[in-house]
Design a protein around this ligand. Structure first.
Ligand code: CO
Length: 139
């Protein structure tokens, strides 16, 4: 199986701190990582769930993809991140199967991991993120 595990489920939220408090209060969740990814226009907080995460994503500017998602759909599940051994190899295999990935090649994502996204049209309506299961090159 190309997808080795569920790395995280990404939630689009309007207010990051409120979403963090929600997970703390209801589930006793704990934020284990915070990061702003300027190229994507998002701030994120990762809440650990076993070996996986809930990735809370809030827009940092009005034209970010997460801002557009919130405008269209409101808050909710935004994407699922799957751990793979080799993102570049996974992209190659998907392309050979007729998939047109949103990212032509792997790029740095959260936690310094290399990632690539697959459009929902090629993934049963779900935005899929491939996350390499080893640290990427230093930024
Ligand atoms: Co993600």
């Amino acid at each position: 199986m190309l997808l080795e595990r569920i790395d995280h489920v990404g939630y689009a939220v309007a207010d990051l701190e409120e979403a963090v408090r929600h997970h703390e209060r209801l589930y006793g969740g704990r934020v284990v990582h915070r990061e702003a990814i300027d190229s994507d226009g998002v701030a994120e907080a990762l809440v650990a769930v076993g070996g996986s995460y809930i990735q809370l994503l809030a827009p940092t500017r009005p034209d970010s993809p997460v801002a557009r998602f919130l405008d269209r759909h409101g808050p909710g599940v935004h994407h699922v991140g799957y751990g793979v051994a080799d993102v570049a190899g996974a992209l190659e295999r998907l392309r050979a199967a007729g998939v047109r990935p949103l990212d032509e090649r792997p790029r740095p994502g959260s936690r310094g991991r290399m990632v690539a996204f697959v459009h929902p049209r090629d993934a049963l309506g779900v935005l899929v993120e491939l996350v390499e299961d080893r640290p990427g090159p230093p930024r």
